[in-house]
Every structure is written in C-alpha cells, then in structure tokens.
Design a protein around this ligand. Structure first.
Ligand code: ADP
Length: 397
C-alpha cells in the first residue's frame, strides 16, 4: 500500500510518499510560500533533490504540482496517481470530537469546521488541503490524524482550568494539548528500544523544537501535557511566550493600547527566546550568540532549560515518578548542550546524564549512566510514519 502524507500550513504543504509494505519513504518534499509571488517546491527522492520556482497561487495548485512531480518521468517515483492508495492528513485540532484518527467523510468535514473555531490559524489550511486532495483524487480514501487526539485520555483534573464551568460546557475551554502524534510515536518507539511493553513505563517525553511541549505518558496513555487550550502554553518557545500570568494580557493590552490581534502577535510571534534575546528564535543562533557573550541570549537559554527541567519535575509528580525521559524534535534530538543543561539538577529524581553518551544527534540513543535509575534517551520523532500507519490501518479495515 502506498500512502501520501500531507501536512498543510497556511502557506506551506509538506508531503511524504510512503510505501507501507516496508515503511520506506519513496519521496518527500515541501511547497513553500503558497499564494506569494516567489513560491517554491523542493522535492527529494532517491538521494536526489529538485527545486521548482513558479507561481503557486493556492493549495489546489500545490497539490496538483506535488502529484505531477510524484508521477514525473524524471523525478517521479510512481507511474500514475492511481498508485496512491490513500492520503493521510495532519490536522491540528480535533477538539473533544476526535480521540483517534478517522476516515474522512462529510460528517467528519463538518466536525473539522466546528473545531476550526478553536484553531483559527491551523485548522483552516488543513481543511483546504483535504478539500484539494478530495477534488483531485475523489476516489482515494482520506484520513485525518489529529495533534490533539493522543491527549484525550487526560483526566478532568488535568485538563480543566479554574474558570467558570460553563466556559468548558458551552465554549470548550479546556486543555487539549498538541504534538500528540509525536508524543505517541516516541512512546511506542521508546518501549520498543527498551524492549518493554509501553504499559510498563512512566514516560516523560520532551518534544523540543520551534514549538515545545512535554507529555506524561502512563500505561501508554497521556495523563498530562504542558500545552493547553492552544499551543501557546507551557515552556517558552522559539517565538511563543509559554505560561505567563493571565492578568499580564489584560494589563499590557490596556497599558499599550493593543488590539486582541496585536496582543496575539506579541505572544505568538514576538515572545519566547526571540523576545528575550532579541537575537533569534533559532536555538543554534542563540547558542552561538551566548558563546560570544550575549547576556540576553544566555538568559533566554537559561530560562528555556530551567522551565523544561521544572516541567519535568511537575510531570514526574503527576505520575508519582518516572521511568524514562525522552528528548525529541529539533532541539531535543540535536541540542547536546541543551540536553546537558536541562538534565543538570535532575539527579534528585534519579536521572543522571552520561556526558559521553549525550554526544549524539538524531538517532535512538541511551544518554544516561548505567546507575541512573531514570533512563534518559534521545528518540527522533517521526510524525509522518504515524500518520501513514494510522491511514493504512483505517483504510485496510
Ligand atoms: P518545528 O517545531 O518547526 O518542527 P524543529 O523540531 O525542526 O521545529 O526544531 C527546530 C529547532 O531545532 C530550531 O530552533 C533549531 O535551531 C533547533 N536545532 C536544530 N539543530 C540543532 C542543534 N544542532 N543544536 C541545537 N538546536 C538545534
């Protein structure tokens, strides 16, 4: 079975074509700047790469272009569109309507529209991508895989906010959590790597990238996570502020005369390690600047490491302990110094980093000492393969 995995953002489309007989990635790529004048497609296959610059006015054209290149005589990997057995879509918000992935039909589309109210930036482009694929490949089954679904097992004490109860019942205000597909992948993979059943483990997964979230996973189920109603909550991130006193929002809006839109931009795009450092949202740039003595870059990194460490402590408390802490995504997989700084001071928990083993990037690896009672691991995430696996499973039923 060949599955096309599609991840649509507001101006981008990431894709992977996966042969599910052996989980081999046949080709993958990225369409960027959809709707802008300098749109671009980057396609990779068999160790080769091709870039195409042309006007790509909308997602419909982007999907057509992806299918053209996948079936192209020179850089294609399939003879025709008919070789694609199913399409799996990443969808950011499934609300309380979706606790697992689902085959897309008209009712599901209506539910996705309802969920858009809670993710106005993310769900609409996901829906546009689904509609484009449906229009171009009407006979091919489509599956939605949600970032929020894995977190639907959280108990009410973890997902409720201390606000009037009606805001939950009437408006769906609660913690949903995000990066669920990544957390689910890492939970399965760490169990495999350790040779244990996932049900035997209390896992804290640290997904640390541009956006960061931690999840506490017990008996294979998410019991708590650091992102909230939106992906703005939790640890401070590349450009997002993470947890702040909610009263600050009202105070700043009033004092600076900011609109809700301007305040939203401030918290989502101008805060985090970028806002603190004034240098960059990229952790590599920050590391370089800190090394050259930039105090604000150093502060931003200190805050990030400290907050992740503190959240690890709180999630360990949520599960009454922890057996393994995993690091994934851009910073988690590659940030050797970041991992070292986060783990400094976790010894009280029984987690001891091995400096030599920690000198590793981008592969499954044990990074704790032999006498560390809590194991530490790097586990590169793979959200696309989870989407492809779910798609195969649902379509095969
Ligand atoms: P996204 O949330 O956009 O998927 P990624 O998971 O790709 O983000 O993570 C991007 C982040 O990973 C960037 O801040 C980047 O600097 C960081 N990163 C990549 N390589 C390294 C590295 N070698 N050391 C530290 N940070 C790194």
């Amino acid at each position: 079975m060949i599955v096309l995995v599609v991840n649509c953002g507001s101006s981008s489309l990431k894709y992977q074509l996966v042969n599910m007989d052996n989980e081999e990635v046949m080709a993958k790529g990225l369409v960027e700047k959809i709707g802008l004048s300098d749109s671009q497609l980057t396609h990779k296959w068999n160790g080769q790469k091709k870039e195409i610059r042309q006007s790509i006015p909308d997602h419909h054209v982007a999907v057509k272009l992806v299918l053209d290149i996948l079936t192209d005589g020179e850089c294609g990997v399939i003879k025709s569109m008919d070789s694609i057995d199913a399409v799996g879509h990443r969808v950011v918000h499934g609300g309380e309507e979706f606790a697992c992935s689902t085959l897309i039909n008209d009712d599901v589309m209506k539910a996705l529209e309802r969920c858009s109210a809670m993710a106005p930036l993310h769900n609409p482009p996901n829906i546009i991508g689904i509609n484009a694929c449906k229009a171009i490949m009407p006979q091919v089954p489509q599956v939605a895989v949600f970032d929020t679904a894995f977190h639907q097992t959280m108990p009410p004490k973890a997902y409720m906010y201390g606000l009037p109860y009606e805001l939950y019942t009437e408006d769906g205000i609660r913690r949903y959590g995000f990066h669920g597909t990544s957390h689910r992948y890492v939970a399965g993979q760490i169990a495999k790597v350790m040779g244990k059943a996932v049900e035997e483990l209390r896992i804290i997964n640290c997904h640390l990238g541009n956006g960061s979230s931690l999840a506490a996973i017990q008996n294979g189920k998410c019991v708590d996570t650091t992102m909230g109603f939106t992906p703005l909550a939790g640890v401070l991130m590349g450009t997002r502020c993470g947890d702040i006193d909610p009263a600050i929002v009202l105070h700043v809006m009033e004092k600076k005369g900011l609109s809700t839109q301007a305040m939203d931009t401030l918290m989502n795009k101008k805060s985090g390690v970028l806002g603190i450092s004034g240098v960059s949202s990229d952790f590599r740039d920050l590391g370089d600047a800190a090394e050259k003595g930039n105090e604000r870059a150093k502060l931003a990194l200190d805050m990030f490491h400290y907050q992740v460490r503190k959240l690890i402590g709180s999630l360990a408390a949520a599960m009454g302990g922890v057996d393994v802490i995993t690091f994934t995504a851009g910073v988690g997989e590659n940030g050797i110094e970041d991992r070292a700084a986060i783990c400094e001071g976790l010894e009280y928990l029984g987690a001891k980093l091995d400096a030599k083993r920690n000198d590793v990037r981008g592969k499954d690896a044990l990074i704790s000492t032999d006498d560390s009672t809590v194991k530490l691991y790097v586990i590169p995430t793979n959200e696309e393969i989870m989407i492809a696996r779910d798609t195969k499973e649902l379509v095969s039923k």
